[in-house]
Design a protein around this ligand. Structure first.
Ligand code: MG
Length: 336
């Protein structure tokens, strides 16, 4: 069951940690309703932070990009998986430690900011850190892998298997991590979502007593929030959608779901359950056992209430049977 709140989420929480791709922007463009929703949340006094697993761009570059698309951001509002990885290394090794860095400028800057010394793959070091780096020479990767196999402490900035590029979805840093894992038999400590360091570092840097994680992916953003014990808002402007949601087990579910970031500015009313049906706003969802099982929806109202009623029925079915309901013919209303 989704959580409910009688106050807007931006009043219920004092820090929003936004994932970027699929939440704030897609490619070079702002997601619809994102700039004004972030601005309105800020006007209520909510702190905002922008968190990214992408380890290659320094926070200043990310902040400039955000500002360009209408979401004003300062460098301190941005926290990257490179910064989280550097923090992990500093906590474990102390300032001044030498670390083999296989990554780009974003990673080198983050290490430097934590007082760590980046060195090459053949140099004496106490640890090795890897990050997304399209120009990384294969020989450096070979040398680093052998050293990790032989016992050098390894931190990976993230385990994202894919990365969007101008020519389509391409292998991300997670593919390199997977390859090193297979060769070395070693599990790295990971900085980025869904591992805890990135969100822990964000809360430490930006502050806030009642944080909320906002993302578009269940497997990274929502899992990441759950891993640090923070409520989560899933927005449906990116990767995860209806089909994935109806099959999501209780321990992986978001606290709140909204078609877009305007869900941050409104209350999330309770769903009332009566026998096999669930009502929210003007919508009533029920289970059609004969032609499915599938979810039937009657009524009218806003899109967010539709999702709350539908997911209530779908999740009760999943929890009772272990099988997701069919979603054929189930079309979310347009959010207006
Ligand atoms: Mg995303």
């Amino acid at each position: 069951m989704l959580a409910s709140t009688s106050r807007p989420l931006c009043e219920e929480h004092d820090l929003a940690m936004f994932d970027l791709d699929g939440v704030i922007y897609v490619g070079g463009h702002a997601v619809e309703h994102a700039p004004e929703s972030v601005a309105s949340a800020r006007e209520t006094g909510m702190r905002v932070a922008f968190v990214t697993n992408n380890a290659s761009r320094p926070p200043s570059t990310v902040a400039d990009h955000l500002t360009d698309i209408g979401v004003p951001a300062r460098v301190d509002d941005v926290v990257t998986s490179s910064q989280a990885a550097a923090r992990v290394l500093r906590d474990r090794l102390g300032a001044g430690a030498r670390v083999v860095a296989l990554g780009t400028t974003g990673l080198l800057e983050a290490l430097d900011a934590e007082g760590l010394v980046a060195v090459g793959p053949d140099d004496e070091a106490e640890a090795l850190v890897t990050g997304y780096a399209p120009d990384l020479p294969w020989k450096d990767l070979m040398r680093g892998s052998v050293r990790v196999r032989d016992g050098l402490f390894w931190v990976a900035t993230n385990t994202d298997m894919t990365i969007p590029t101008p020519y389509g979805v391409a292998p991300g840093h997670g593919v390199l991590v997977e390859m090193m894992r297979r060769f070395t038999g070693v599990e790295p400590v990971v900085g980025g979502k869904p591992a805890p360091p990135l969100l822990e570092e964000t809360i430490r840097r930006v502050g806030g007593e009642r944080p909320l994680m906002v993302g578009d992916r269940i497997d990274t953003d929502i899992e990441g929030g759950i891993a640090v014990g923070v409520p989560t808002l899933l927005v449906l402007t990116g990767v995860s959608g209806l089909e994935e949601l109806v099959g999501t087990a209780p321990e992986h579910r978001p606290s709140y779901v909204s078609p877009d970031l305007r869900g941050l500015l409104v209350e999330h009313p309770e769903v009332s359950v009566d026998g096999g049906s669930a009502t929210c706003g003007g919508w009533t969802a029920s289970l059609d056992e004969e032609n499915g099982p599938r979810v039937l929806v009657d009524g009218s109202g806003d899109a967010q209430a539709w999702w709350r009623a539908v997911l209530s029925v779908a999740w009760r079915h999943l929890d009772a049977t272990g099988e997701p309901v069919g979603i054929d013919g189930l079309n979310p209303p347009e959010a207006d």
